[in-house]
Design a protein around this ligand. Structure first.
Ligand SMILES: [Zn+2]
Length: 260
């Protein structure tokens, strides 16, 4: 039987969230509660991640869509990669680096808002992992469209659009019953602000495409400029179709893996 989360087939993103969270000492304490004790959704100890890295490392990112990547990530800020199709493409998530980033984000947030619950800490991890996964899926969409429609690769512009897609995706998760909607609003604001504070070339230009119409126009122009004529005077939105349907789980042409 298929396991579905948030309307998707279970992915390495879900697996990675479980793996990282299972290793955190707070979880073990919860598991040891006897049935007579009240459920403990208590606050995260303030010193839990005091040895976390400085968050600023993660504001600088290298392009993560290419023909190949070294097996060991060359920098701590390498969270995921998309390797272009040669038969399938490959989405890789780097567990160790994502874990360090998560701890840095929590520590950063705790300085401004010390009331983070263990449940919310897990939601921050979900937010982080799903965002990286969505970013890599967007690179797959670009790779696929280049093959199908013959566009050309623009490394920096594509990074700006990939981050803008994370932003668009996040907005679609803003429902009261999603992990994102359930997160404490103050924590959410701090974490999202930090996550989208990009300083590297390409990445930092995502704000130009934060607006959904601007994003769709830019994605259409990048992936399939001819569609402007082809679908003129129709209501068809090529970009909206591409990001929603090309990475459809039933017909996806990528492999995905978690690396340490
Ligand atoms: Zn990227």
């Amino acid at each position: 039987m298929e396991i579905r989360y948030f309307g998707h087939r279970m992915t390495i993103a879900d697996t990675l969230v479980k793996q990282v969270f299972a290793d955190v000492p707070i979880r073990r304490r919860d598991d040891s509660l006897s049935v007579n004790e009240a459920p403990d959704d208590g606050l995260l100890p303030l010193d839990l991640f005091e040895d976390a890295s400085d968050l600023s490392v993660f504001h600088e990112r290298a392009p993560d869509s290419s023909e190949s990547f070294p097996e060991i990530p060359e920098s701590l800020s390498r969270l995921g990669t998309y390797q272009w199709m040669a038969s399938p493409g490959i989405i890789t998530l780097y567990r160790g680096n994502i874990e360090v980033y998560w701890k840095s984000l929590i520590q950063h947030a705790q300085r401004q808002f010390p009331f983070i619950t263990t449940k919310d800490a897990e939601r921050v991890l979900q937010l982080l992992v799903y965002s990286v996964y969505q970013h890599e899926r967007f690179h797959y969409v670009c790779d696929f469209c280049r093959r199908l429609l013959g566009g050309s690769f623009d490394r920096w512009h594509e990074e700006a659009l990939a981050v803008a897609w994370e932003w668009q995706w996040l907005r679609s998760q803003d429902r009261w019953n999603s992990f994102y909607g359930l997160m404490h609003p103050t924590l959410r604001r701090i974490v999202v602000q930090a996550m989208f504070d990009h300083r590297s070339p390409g990445y930092r230009d995502w704000r130009q495409f934060a607006n959904q119409t601007a994003f769709h126009d830019a994605v259409t122009a990048y992936l399939y400029p001819a569609s402007v004529q082809i679908f003129a005077n129709t209501a068809f939105n090529f970009a909206a179709w591409a990001v929603a349907h090309i990475p459809d789980d039933a017909n996806r042409a990528w492999d995905e893996q978690i690396e340490p």
